[in-house]
Design a protein around this ligand. Structure first.
Ligand SMILES: Nc1ncnc2c1ncn2[C@@H]1O[C@H](COP(=O)(O)OP(=O)(O)OP(=O)(O)O)[C@@H](O)[C@H]1O
Length: 619
């Protein structure tokens, strides 16, 4: 069957460049859009399972603060009552004060210990939960997200941003509660001593509130840049380490050093900005506090002079006023950790708000039962068009039918769209228009478990996870027995080299001695695919690391793995093309030739030229 471009299809040619990834792109700015209030909802959902213990901890802290605040009252009682009573020969009140002070010390120490233990457990549980959510979500997000977001940013979200929340939970909330409690108790004391002074002290909190608001507004921006600056450092680090081979091969160390130093300096500068904001706040708040104390003292002195206020009350009021303004620095600490956590939570909420671009179907469909004896499943691309999110149209509208059990080789120049076609079939992306059908069922309607069972893609870089060789082969069928794993390896021709590894199939692939070559990795990838036994198998340049002397072995491995299923092979070898039932030649995103190898050779088109060149290179 041949492809028939639909009428009105976008003309073939190089894809148009996509929109520049400039400042307008949320991905470059590191703050992904999240619905309003998402950070608050996220924090609430994280704390919800701990409501009971959060309440208990808050009560513990309240009682602990009450025990601390009782200290001055006991001193007052000792001076006013206990000392005169002692002079009169009564030891009782002083003993009561001593016992009371000891009790307060024990209760306050004990409660503080319990509070720290409990709050640490809550914060650790919350962080565990949050890190788990980030990890699960990252795994669920689609390929196009990961291509743009990068692993460094994800690491930064799961580490430094989660750490910012830990600071708030561990220290910030305690600071806030002690600030509120001491402010309220001192204000009550002041009002009790002299209500006019109390009201004046309360009035002075107006300018302080304005100061706090402006600090909050400015610092959220600074903290957001701080989190992005840390992320940029981690992104550069991971990119360099992931690409260490080309970095060393092309001597990129020096330019990399310079780029890294620049990012580090930005990080330093942004950190400096957060400290500067904090310093501004502390200086401003002290200024307001000192001004308020001076004004109240001046006014109270005038009242003392006119006889409307006692000197003792003035002295006590001044002492209390100082104590009222002291915790304002502590409030600064809280605001600092709060802003840091708010900026980080916003980024995490933005990440968690991302939805997979290839979502699970809401109404999943099942594949029809395959007719007895028919290998593989039929694949149909129906009026499909495709553009990557960051680029122009790569595949103009096309239709294509692959019969069940057919082995189809796809050839074409680099950038022709071969991998893109394969990725649509494996549903790493959904088509921009049209449908991809597997035995008549739209891939979008298949539950991902069913889809991954039915369609398997083996790529050039057969990735091995940490674990044993056997576990790596069994990836597509974790319940496979050891005998089945070995059978698959034997069928592919990988058994001999695996058996020669230090611990055979139990060799850890990341440990010394377990390192295997690129070609061997590809054989493991083949064994994995054979064991998974999908109805449709896609091999994307999967044989490129296998050496020419092993050609016959490769041929056997390919024959084995392709037999009994529908196969799409992005072919780089003549031998692969020769075993195909059908060849598709792609150019500029279009299928320009389609037929059996023999037909295409006799047609004298592009494939015939390619075939000729291959023949000559093989000699
Ligand atoms: N993730 C992506 N985002 C944006 N554009 C992409 C992406 N991947 C590929 N492209 C573009 O799509 C076009 C087709 O790429 P594709 O990888 O499908 O080609 P190919 O035929 O497999 O090439 P090769 O033989 O070099 O692997 C190219 O122009 C490429 O720049």
């Amino acid at each position: 069957m041949t492809t028939a471009p639909a009428p009105g299809a976008v003309p073939a040619g190089p894809p148009a460049p996509g929109p520049p990834a400039g400042d307008g792109d949320a991905f470059t700015r590191d703050v992904l859009p999240a619905p309003p209030g998402a950070s608050r909802r996220l924090l609430r959902s994280l704390l919800a399972p701990h409501t009971r213990w959060v309440t208990v901890s808050a009560v513990m802290l309240l009682l602990q603060q009450a025990a601390v605040q009782a200290g001055p009252l006991l001193v007052a009682f000792a001076l006013d009552r206990a000392v005169p009573a002692l002079r009169a020969g009564d030891h009782g009140p002083l003993i009561t004060v001593a016992v009371g002070a000891a009790l307060c010390a024990v209760v306050s120490g004990g409660l503080k210990y319990l509070f720290i233990r409990r709050s640490a457990r809550i914060s650790q549980d919350v962080l565990l939960d949050l890190r788990g959510r980030i990890f699960r979500h990252a795994q669920a997000l689609s390929l196009d997200f990961h291509e743009r977001y990068t692993s460094g940013r994800l690491i930064s979200r799961a580490t430094t941003d989660v750490e910012a929340l830990r600071e708030l939970l561990d220290e910030g909330l305690e600071e806030l509660i002690s600030f509120v409690l001491s402010s309220v108790s001192i204000t009550v004391m002041l009002l009790y001593l002299d209500w006019r002074t109390g009201i004046a002290a309360l009035a002075s909190t107006g300018p302080l509130a304005l100061l706090i608001r402006s600090y909050q507004r400015r610092s959220i921006r600074v903290f957001s840049s701080k989190s992005s600056a840390v992320a940029a450092v981690i992104v550069k680090f991971t990119e360099t380490v992931n690409g260490i081979r080309p970095v060393q091969a092309f001597r990129r160390e020096r330019p990399n050093d310079a780029a890294f130093a620049a990012l580090n300096r930005t990080h330093e500068a942004v950190n400096g900005d957060t400290l500067l904001e904090m310093a501004r706040y502390v200086v401003g708040s002290r200024l307001v506090a000192n001004f308020a104390v001076a004004a109240i003292v001046l006014w109270s002195a005038y009242r003392v002079a006119t006889g409307t206020l006692e000197l003792g009350v003035l002295a006590a009021a001044v002492l209390y006023l100082r104590r009222l303004y002291d915790p304002i620095d502590r409030l600064g600490m809280f605001l600092n950790s709060y802003q840091g956590a708010a900026a980080s939570l916003e980024k995490i909420a933005g990440l968690l708000a991302q939805r997979p671009s290839v979502p699970e179907p809401s109404a999943p469909a099942a594949l029809p039962a395959a007719p007895e004896g028919r290998p593989g499943r039929e694949v149909v691309f129906e009026e499909v068009r495709f553009a990557y999110r960051t680029g122009g149209e790569v595949l103009p509208r096309f239709g294509l039918r692959l019969a069940a059990g057919e082995t189809v080789a796809v050839v074409g120049s680099t950038g022709a769209g071969k991998s893109t076609l394969a990725k649509l079939l494996a549903r790493f992306y959904d088509p921009t228009a049209g449908r991809v059908l597997l035995d008549g069922v739209d891939l979008r309607e298949l539950p991902s478990a069913e889809l991954r069972r039915s369609v398997v893609m083996v790529t050039q870089e057969a990735f091995l996870f940490s674990g044993t060789v056997a576990e790596n082969i069994a990836l597509g069928r974790p319940d496979a027995t050891r005998a089945e794993i070995e059978d698959a390896a034997r069928a592919i021709g990988a058994h001999d080299f695996i058996a020669a590894l230090p611990d055979g199939y139990d060799t850890d692939v990341r440990k010394r001695g377990g390192r295997i070559s690129a070609g061997q990795r590809q054989l493991v990838g083949f064994a994995r695919a054979l064991l998974a036994d999908p109805a449709v198998l896609i091999l994307d340049e999967a044989t490129s690391s296998l050496d020419i002397p092993g050609e016959r072995a490769v041929q056997r491995a390919m024959d084995t793995v392709l037999r009994g299923r529908t196969a799409v092979v992005i072919a780089h070898r003549l031998s692969t093309v020769e075993i195909a039932d059908r060849v598709l030649v792609m150019a500029g995103g279009r299928i320009v030739e389609d037929g059996t190898p023999a037909e295409l050779i006799s047609d004298r088109g592009r494939f015939a030229e390619l075939h000729q060149a291959w023949r000559e290179s093989v000699g």
